[in-house]
Design a protein around this ligand. Structure first.
Ligand code: GTP
Length: 597
């Protein structure tokens, strides 16, 4: 295919503005799938994505579109996630395309992630076509939203395409805009191969699959490829495109997107952002890669059943292949045994990985409290990164502790602004800016990340009935008066529950956690003391009274099968508990205890 007939584009939008629905419509309009094959939201194919109705992985699909100019175009569409935690996936998709469709809900207008994503697209030198979606809704105000796009983002919105992805109005208009308003890719077929490794994942039948975007040269079946970062070479077994099912082709040329399967065994050989070249005729220079992602939230993941350790390591390796923004390293905990310290881009990301581990890999896990990365300046002049509160050295050896800050942009209807400002202040936020975009306030705050990590987003959503939108970027480290709070259960410290907080909040948070643990830990046959302490100083205490009765006592004289059932249930419950000294703590307590009110 000549380059002039290829268009590579992403769809970017704020969450729920209709990206995936539009992608489905475009697939349908290009006849890539018959109506029967067209299950709802083809691209959101992870079970979890469907359930939550959000896009997690960026997806790609190749379409054939006969345009009004009489020519047939190849359109490579990349769907991208909208949630703030998945910004990294967005940046990768953008690097593989020349243009973006900016979808904005015409009844909602510009939101925080509309801005964040569109700035990324502008940084990636994309041509941008605004698309106003949901014009079928009575509340749609396309003219107002066009003015808003011009005012806030500063791009021309006069020719924005007005559509309804749901009812299918004007999908043709979007396809024509892609062909006429977005630029074709560039690249030379005769140059040595340069292909960008955009994504990779593990397929149960084929093994490792790599998604590539060819920048220069040709990638053929049977060729020996070389990964430029590691020098590893592999024989290409299969080359293909997503149409949207995997369809093998002979080769891929410049500007094209597709997949390769090269019987790669080692996950470590596939670094997203790497340049793939031809081993016999290598390129001199690699492409400039993506910015490596830096995890901002860490937590420990431990198998409930110690025998599952190897399985957990294996599963993490497969997940990592599928998600380059996820990091992990081995860790041991006094209380929880062998596990892994895992790094995430945010709390939703953490939840998603945990859920995928339990669903896709059938693993029962205990997660410890999420923590941000602190910088420790030690008395002897050395510096340390602290990923895990349990590893905090003796405070006497620490000169200063620095914590990460973020710059957050929150957009919210005027009537909820007061509640949002109060929340930010409670979380040690410092206001930088407060402006209005139409009748929505846009507040810019600096906040310590550690105050945002647990439940800021949940609180923001509930305080504003879901109307607030939130986006953030890292904004440096600052020295702060931080202390480690340990939680003791019957005098034994539970390392997995210790956490770091600002001194001013230590006592109230310690008290809240003890109170919550009192409700979360079931009564046992003896009295349990729960304490929070800073060093040796106890700052809060709760007591759980002893349970005297046998659970089966109430079945006395009852039928035996019921009694057995009850005992079995008890056994089942035990699996999800951890023993601390004599005390058993349910898995749910570990995360729940640390959510703040
Ligand atoms: P993420 O993948 O989570 O980032 O969201 P998304 O932007 O892909 O949104 P999605 O396509 O899942 O649509 C969100 C909701 O809006 C769904 O309930 C859709 O049915 C609905 N929706 C999408 N397009 C339209 C439209 O044109 N009109 C109306 N009324 N609803 C729409």
């Amino acid at each position: 295919t000549p380059l002039s007939l290829i268009r590579n584009f992403s769809i970017i939008a704020h969450i729920d503005h209709g990206k995936s629905t539009l992608a489905d419509r475009m697939i349908q309009a290009c006849g890539a799938l018959t109506a029967r094959e067209m299950t709802n939201q083809v691209l959101d194919n992870m079970e979890l994505e469907r359930e939550r109705g959000i896009t997690i992985k960026a997806q790609t699909v190749r379409l054939t579109y006969p345009a009004k100019d009489g020519k047939t175009y190849i359109l490579n569409l990349m769907d991208t996630p909208g949630h703030v935690d998945f910004a990294y996936e967005v940046s990768r998709s953008l690097a593989a395309c020349e243009g973006s469709l900016l979808v904005v809900d015409a009844s909602q207008g510009v939101e925080a992630q509309t801005l964040a994503n569109v700035y990324q697209a502008i940084d990636a030198n994309h041509e941008i076509v605004p698309v106003l979606n949901k014009i079928d809704l009575p509340a749609a105000e396309p003219e107002r939203v066009k003015a808003q796009i011009e005012e806030v983002i500063g791009i021309d919105a006069e020719d924005a395409v007005e559509i309804s992805a749901k009812t299918g109005i004007n999908i043709e208009g979007v396809l024509e805009a892609v062909v006429t308003r977005l630029p074709p890719p560039t690249g030379e077929a005769d140059l040595p191969l340069k292909a960008m490794l955009v994504d990779s994942w593990y397929d149960a039948y084929l093994g490792v699959i790599i998604l590539v975007r060819i920048k220069e040269g040709r990638l053929k079946k049977g060729a020996r490829i070389r990964m430029m970062s590691s020098g590893a070479t592999h024989l290409v077994d299969q080359v293909g495109v997503f149409a949207p099912r995997m369809v093998p082709v002979d080769d891929l040329g410049p500007g094209e997107m597709g997949y390769i399967n090269a019987a790669i065994k080692t996950v470590a050989d596939c670094n997203v952002g790497d340049t793939i070249t031809d081993d016999r005729r290598p390129a001199a220079e690699p492409l400039s890669g993506f910015k490596p992602s830096i995890p901002v939230v860490w937590c420990g993941l431990f198998p409930v059943n110690a025998d599952d350790f190897d399985k957990l390591r294996d599963s993490l390796g497969k997940l990592r292949l599928n998600d380059a923004s996820f990091h992990y390293e081995a860790e041991t905990s006094a209380a929880l045994g062998f596990g892994f310290r895992c790094g995430f881009l945010g709390l939703l990301h953490l939840e998603i990985i945990q859920e995928r581990l339990s669903r896709e890999f059938d693993l029962d896990l205990i997660a410890t409290a999420p923590s941000v990365v602190y910088h420790l300046n030690m008395n002897d002049g050395t510096k340390e990164d602290l990923h895990n509160p349990a590893d905090m050295p003796d405070p006497m050896q620490i000169e200063t502790i620095e914590e990460p800050w973020i710059k957050a942009t929150i957009m919210v209807p005027d009537e909820y602004l007061g509640a949002v400002l109060t929340l930010c202040t409670e979380r040690r936020g410092v206001q930088i800016d407060l402006t209005y975009v139409g009748n929505r306030a846009m507040a810019v705050y600096r906040l310590p990340l550690n105050e945002v990590v647990f439940d800021f987003y949940d609180r923001l959503k509930s305080l504003t009935r879901g109307y607030a939108s939130f986006d953030y970027q890292m904004d440096g480290y600052e020295e702060s008066d931080l202390v480690r709070i340990s939680i003791l259960v019957n005098q034994e410290p539970v390392d997995a529950l210790s956490f770091i907080a600002h001194r001013s909040a230590a006592e109230s948070r310690g008290r809240a956690i003890c109170a919550r643990l009192k409700d979360l830990i079931p009564r046992q046959l003896f009295k349990i003391a729960i304490q929070a302490a800073i060093g040796a100083r106890v700052i809060a205490r709760e007591t759980i009274g002893a349970l005297s009765k046998d659970v089966t006592a109430k079945c006395y004289g009852g039928d035996i099968s019921r009694k057995r059932k009850l005992l079995e249930k008890q056994k089942e419950g035990k699996k999800r508990m951890r023993q601390f000294g004599k005390v058993e703590i349910p898995q749910s307590a570990f995360l729940a205890a640390l959510k703040m009110d």
